[in-house]
Design a protein around this ligand. Structure first.
Ligand SMILES: *Cc1c(COP(=O)(O)O)cnc(C)c1O
Length: 387
């Protein structure tokens, strides 16, 4: 028996379904471009929404923090003491998010995969939006509790599930959602979710990976000033750095320091990363004008894509899904854009539902009007050659 037969079988399945994924080597070039095989390509896939990954002051702060504290953090934050920069960042983060406190975690994936098991026991119920990110799904699975999926952004369905949950003696109920959905670019109704959570005494857990730095007061996210129990988000997208946070009450932070495996059993983030995030926060907060211009450009992209006959679902953010449908056609569109010097990756199942393959465009602050026109004309070119 070939012990690796499962690998070949999976490749055969993926190949037949146009679902094989590979890594494309690139090098960054300027604010909005990457070099692919030495060729400059306009980048429409990056989550570096404010262009902060290249910001000189942030890079400098990162180097300085490494010089002061070292290349690595030497242990978990609980083992040999907690570098002072972590607590400082957490105070700054709580002030930014408008919460009592905040806790820094290693990555968004790790945060979701370890926060949920810290908050839910086997007797709990998790109500999870249908389009939640894989890390929220993995975290919910690790709880080994009942997980029910509510139709995307469908609060009536969520209410039905909450009402039927009254018949079962769950230890507690968690509602999990994203605020800006990563592959659809639409948004949850945070106020209505907070009201529903209050009514049913459920814990509301919101993932702000794509809203942090983009929406809310000074880019603090959509949960800013709202009654949300647990707000997590990442530093690797609009803040241009790496890592994750959870913003919550001081009591809950202390609980997580005791119970969140993803904090306890892992080496703390490197000082260079903490230095970069601390520099990025005030810079991101001051970019209201860039955020406004970026969202206007996204409107322009949506309008142009609609004119050409594609749907963009309920997107009303900087994330614009061009809904194509079949994997093969989505790959053909992505390849055509690539020929025209535009990097826009095809997103296929299982990342999105079957038949919902798409080009996910991320409009960033560093895109100019000229970049947008180049993108639109490439989409138009695809329609013409297909007609
Ligand atoms: C990117 C993302 C994560 C994972 O964050 P990382 O820091 O990249 O691990 C979690 N949730 C959502 C919604 C994301 O888009």
């Amino acid at each position: 028996m070939d012990k690796w037969a499962f690998v070949e079988k999976e490749f055969a399945r993926r190949k037949a379904a146009d679902q094989v994924r590979t890594l494309t080597p690139v090098a960054p070039k300027g604010a909005a471009e990457v070099l692919v095989n030495g060729r400059p390509m306009l980048n429409f896939c990056s989550n570096d929404y404010l262009g902060l990954s290249k910001h000189p002051a942030i890079i400098e702060a990162s180097v300085r923090c490494a010089q002061d504290f070292g290349a690595g953090s030497t242990a978990s934050r609980l083992v040999c003491g907690d570098f002072t920069v972590f607590g400082e960042l957490e105070r700054e983060m709580a002030a930014f998010k408008g919460t009592e406190d905040a806790l820094v975690l290693t990555s968004g994936f790790q945060a979701n995969a370890s926060l949920l098991p810290a908050l839910a026991d086997r007797g709990a119920l998790i109500l999870s939006d249908q389009l939640n990110h894989n890390s929220l799904i993995q975290g919910a699975r690790l709880c080994r509790c009942d997980v029910k999926v509510f139709r995307h952004n469908d609060l009536d369905h969520l209410r039905e599930l909450l009402i039927s949950a009254r018949k079962v003696s769950y230890s507690r109920i968690l509602i999990t959602t994203e605020s800006v959905f990563s592959m659809d670019g639409d948004r949850a109704d945070i106020e209505a979710l907070a009201a529903l959570s209050e009514e049913f005494a459920a814990i509301l857990f919101v993932d702000e990976a794509h809203a942090t730095g983009v929406f809310g007061r000074r880019g603090a996210g959509m949960c800013h000033g709202k009654n949300v129990d647990v707000v997590m988000g990442t530093f690797g997208k609009a803040l241009g750095c790496f890592g994750a946070y959870v913003a919550c009450s001081s009591r809950l932070k202390s609980y997580l320091i005791n119970c969140c495996a993803g904090l306890i059993y892992t080496t703390a983030l490197p000082p260079a990363v903490i230095g970069s995030i601390r520099a990025a926060l005030p810079i991101a907060a001051a970019m209201d004008e860039e955020r406004r211009a970026m969202l206007l450009r996204a409107d322009r992209v949506r309008a142009a894509v609609h004119d050409l006959g594609w749907e963009t679902g309920a997107s009303d953010t900087h994330i614009v899904p061009v809904l194509v449908g079949p994997e093969s056609e989505t790959l053909a569109l992505s390849a055509y854009l690539k020929e025209r010097g535009i990097l826009a990756t095809a997103i296929r199942p299982p990342t999105v539902e079957p038949g919902r393959s798409r080009i996910r465009l991320a409009v960033c602050a560093q895109h100019t009007n000229d970049h947008i026109e180049r993108l639109v004309s490439a989409f138009a070119g695809f329609k013409e050659q297909a007609a």
